[in-house]
Design a protein around this ligand. Structure first.
Ligand SMILES: C[C@H]1O[C@@H](n2cnc3c(O)ncnc32)[C@H](O)[C@@H]1O
Ligand SMILES: [Zn+2]
Length: 416
């Protein structure tokens, strides 16, 4: 496949009139005049478009698209206990299948090529994700109130280990829903199969304060005391942290999945991102679920992350466009071990953005990152994962049918 006459970014600056050759699942060559080596004869006109490397959603619950708009204007714990968990108790595999497909549609349209998820019925999510063509790190959520979920976790990992698009992981929900035994069992399974751990951590002030009152340690100190924290851990949120917590997170190589919009919408707080970054923690971006955001859009997350941190600290120089762009790309590639990037040899996970939109003007070689983070309003035209075209010219095959089925599935769930 050959994508012709594109623009790409190099060190944040625009390079124009470039071709990208794709052969199988990888980028075979990039540059002016590069020819198609695959022989498949497919040519995509890239004129007026920018090729970006795939964005990575480092924390979501994709099938919660079915819960979008179901429970707004609440804070986390009552939101979960009074609204979300009672409806999730009625969830079926079919709900998760169509909620996942709906979420994949939205992420494909936003240039997201890979996501990290913890939920229920993850075999359905895995199958639906493969049908849609996205890459994903998936965990069966584990918590004590659902002992069946603990039994599902390891078989899920065994079934999907080695898949070309799906990477299984372990998802102990949080320290306030998992006993020490459950946390250590999850860690043991993750280490046995060499997969990642995905957990919610220190999201709200009340959860941290009540945990400290009961345990005498912060959630971070506690997890460290049982040997849970390492570079195989992706911790979502990390909002209410002490200086000691921040040092531990950085020292253990834990990846932080920062969910700015979810934290704002649930009024959870503003994460100490500057102190985390300065202490060397690896920071990625997540949307969380579509029921606490309510979109699955990393352009929104990048802009909100940058402006929220600037305002919170009265420091307009904090978190430049380039820094938050790395959170949605390079930081995530490092955290998840993804060989991605707009360069020869990388996996062909990329998106083409139509630059002929008002929000990209005026365009210079040096302001493209500013436009992507502070003004982009969509315009992803084509999305490619593993060398497969998932969307071209804004068209995703089968989209209408998925929208209809997801709507039906939601109404069916509500009626249960
Ligand atoms: C996977 C389980 O986690 C629940 N969940 C969704 N969003 C959040 C959040 O922000 N913090 C904690 N738990 C969350 C989801 O409903 C599932 O029950
Ligand atoms: Zn979450």
């Amino acid at each position: 496949m050959l994508i012709k006459d594109l623009s790409i970014m190099e060190d944040g600056r625009l390079l124009r009139d470039v071709n990208i050759a794709i052969d199988g699942s990888r980028i075979a060559g990039i540059g002016p005049g590069v020819a198609d080596e695959s022989g498949d004869g497919e040519v995509i006109d890239g004129s007026g478009k920018l090729a970006i490397p795939g964005l990575v959603n480092a924390h979501t619950h994709l099938a919660m698209t079915l819960f979008r708009g179901y429970a707004d204007d609440m804070e986390l714990l009552p939101w979960l206990s009074e609204k979300i968990w009672p409806l999730e108790a009625k969830l079926t595999a079919e709900d998760v299948r169509w909620g996942t497909k709906l979420g994949c549609l939205e992420m494909i349209r936003g240039g997201i090529t890979c996501y990290n998820d913890m939920y229920y019925f993850m075999d359905e999510t895995a199958r639906a994700t493969k049908e849609m063509g996205l890459r994903a790190f998936l965990s069966e959520v584990v918590f004590d109130m659902r002992p069946d979920q603990i039994e599902r976790a390891e078989p899920f990992v065994k079934r999907w280990k080695g898949d070309d698009l799906i990477v299984p992981a372990l998802g102990p929900h949080a320290v306030y829903t998992c006993s020490e035994e459950t946390l250590l069992k999850s860690k043991e399974i993750a280490e046995k199969h060499d997969v990642m751990l995905h957990i919610h951590l220190s999201e709200t002030r009340s959860e941290v304060e009540s945990f400290e009152k009961n345990c005498g340690k912060s959630p971070v100190e506690y997890l460290d005391s049982i040997g849970f924290l390492s570079d195989r851990v992706v911790a979502a949120h990390c909002v209410w942290l002490s200086e000691r917590d921040i040092s531990i997170i950085a020292e253990r190589g834990v990846t932080v999945a920062h969910c700015s919009i979810s934290n704002h919408k649930l009024a959870s707080g503003i994460a100490p991102l500057d102190r985390l970054a300065r202490t060397g923690a690896n920071i990625c971006l997540g949307t969380d679920g579509a029921s606490s955001n309510n979109s699955l859009n990393l352009f929104h997350e990048m802009k909100t992350t940058a402006i929220a941190q600037k305002c919170a600290h009265s420091r307009p120089d904090l978190f430049s466009a380039g820094e938050v762009w790395k959170m949605a790309t390079e930081n995530a590639y490092a955290a998840f071990g993804l060989d991605l990037g707009i360069r020869a040899g990388a996996l062909a996970d990329l998106a083409l953005i139509d630059l002929q939109k008002p929000w990209f003007f005026p365009l210079t070689d040096g302001n493209i990152l500013s436009h992507l983070v502070y003004s982009a309003q969509g315009g992803v035209d084509t999305t490619i994962v593993d060398g497969n075209v998932l969307m071209k010219g804004g068209v995703i095959p089968g989209e209408e049918a998925i929208l209809e089925r997801a709507q039906e599935q939601f109404l069916d769930l509500l009626a249960r």
